[in-house]
Design a protein around this ligand. Structure first.
Ligand SMILES: [Zn+2]
Length: 112
């Protein structure tokens, strides 16, 4: 199997917000055009690989010690700082926490 065949097969799963384990017989992401993201939230992975898709999303792979796990980020942070902020606040735990904390702060500050 190659990456294109595998991605075509799992894309509906990834688009639905699920993760998929990359088959071990595929070449390493670094060998097929994936690059390291500027920043990645730690989930126990030892490395991260991303590949921008044409529609503004990206494939994101967490490289663990013995496996590669892929998901799709609907907003590719490489598309610009606004998109990076959108990605961070909607697709990461720390970003969601930031939004909740900021919203609470604003409410407490101004709704007295
Ligand atoms: Zn991601």
């Amino acid at each position: 199997m190659d990456w294109n065949t595998w991605l075509a097969a799992v894309e509906p799963t990834l688009r639905a917000g699920h993760e998929a384990i990359v088959p071990k017989d595929l070449p390493h992401p670094s060998e097929v055009g994936f690059s390291r993201p500027f920043i990645a939230e730690p989930h126990g992975q030892k490395d991260d690989w991303v590949y921008s898709l044409g529609d503004g999303s990206r494939i994101h792979i967490h490289e663990f010690e013995h496996s590669l796990v892929a998901h799709i980020d609907p907003h590719d942070p490489a598309k610009g700082p606004g998109i990076a902020f959108l990605h961070w606040t909607t697709e990461s735990a720390s970003g969601r926490m930031f939004l909740v904390t900021t919203t609470l702060w604003v409410l407490l500050r101004f709704l007295k």
